[in-house]
Design a protein around this ligand. Structure first.
Ligand code: FAD
Length: 299
């Protein structure tokens, strides 16, 4: 089988290749019909992404759905799939089982993370994403990506400390990194400069979330520690009560972020779609000319 790695860049570090454009989806919870999510993937596939990632819930059958959906993206849609995987609650034998299953089902790319430590979360045999990354790299043949945080991870004492552990994670084998969502591109540029200064030289893909509903705001900020610039706060305040206006504003803001990131030579854009392909489609339409000019995609 042809190896469909997301990142071939690692072999050509320093050599600039075109930025990737990709999407994140989340699987439905429980033993449910997957028709709805396949409808979402049909719509996203028509936008020819470089890869689609599938999130991973802590415990329960949404994990099985992650494997099933990632496998379908890779094998049926012929789009590289990136399966998220977390340390939380897993012993080595659980991890081996899921890694073998992913391999058997044709998935070649894993986003290895620790997972959030909420009240129910118990760490298993892997305490940090770096340990999981190292284990996968030493025992399996996967392309492994890691998470990173332009506004620093919420538990980290300082950005310097967070970056020190990030460097260790990359040394353990991360082939590329995807950022947590952020709303201020300057935070991203500053983060990348610091990371590059420490010798972190793998691609850093910018995670962009179009803020299309006021309800998302508090949840997102408390969960992931992203900071909201004044311009975002004011559009949420002005349009948050009206779903149509809020969606327009969120799509326009995310489009502006992406145009600026592409102009600054970002390695890739990963769009948190929230399973809303229409939002992804509108953003892609907004930047069609830009992608064409940069030869990012054949459009
Ligand atoms: P780590 O890299 O382990 O870092 C966690 C914290 O520990 C950081 O503060 C870091 O500075 C610190 N640290 C790291 N190494 C060490 C060390 N050796 N000693 C001491 N401290 C250390 N969660 C899910 O449950 N499912 C998902 O599908 C999912 N998808 C995500 C996708 C992206 C792109 C991102 C950015 C996050 C995602 N998350 C997901 C959330 C993620 O699981 C949380 O942010 C989690 O709290 C940290 O995961 P991590 O892999 O970054 O952890």
């Amino acid at each position: 089988m042809i190896k469909r790695e997301i990142y071939y860049v690692k072999k050509n570090l320093g050599q600039r290749v075109r930025p990737t454009f990709s999407f994140e989806i989340f699987p439905p919870k429980g033993k449910v019909d997957l028709d709805g999510i396949f409808g979402t993937i049909d719509a996203l596939a028509s936008l020819s992404p470089d890869f689609i990632s599938v999130t991973y819930g802590a415990g329960g059958s949404s994990r099985d759905n992650t494997v099933e959906i990632a496998s379908a993206i890779q094998m049926k849609y012929n789009i590289p799939a990136l399966a998220h995987l977390t340390c939380v609650g897993s012993k080595i034998e659980d991890m081996d089982q899921i890694l073998k299953e992913l391999k058997d089902k044709g998935v070649e790319n894993i986003l290895a993370m620790r997972g959030d430590l909420n009240d129910e979360a118990i760490l298993g045999d892997f305490k940090h994403a770096s340990e999981l990354t190292k284990y996968i790299k030493e025992n399996y043949d996967f392309n492994v990506l890691g998470a990173c945080y332009p506004n620093k991870h919420i538990e980290a004492y300082s950005m310097e400390e967070d970056l020190k552990f990030l460097k260790h994670k990359v040394e353990c084998g991360s082939d590329a990194l995807i950022t947590q969502l952020f709303f201020n591109n300057d935070d991203f540029y500053s983060f990348c400069n610091k990371a590059r200064g420490l010798g972190i030289d793998v691609p850093i893909i910018a995670g962009i979330m179009p803020l299309t509903s006021a309800k998302q705001v508090d949840r997102m900020i408390s969960m992931c520690g992203a900071t909201l610039p004044e311009s975002v706060q004011s559009f949420v305040k002005a349009y948050g009560h009206n779903s149509l206006a809020m969606k327009e504003a969120g799509i326009t803001y995310a489009t502006g972020q992406i145009i600026d990131l592409l102009a600054h030579g970002v390695d890739g854009i990963h769009l948190y779609t929230m399973n809303q392909p229409d939002t992804a489609k509108r953003i892609m339409e907004n930047i069609r000319g830009i992608l064409y000019a940069l030869k990012v995609k054949r459009v």
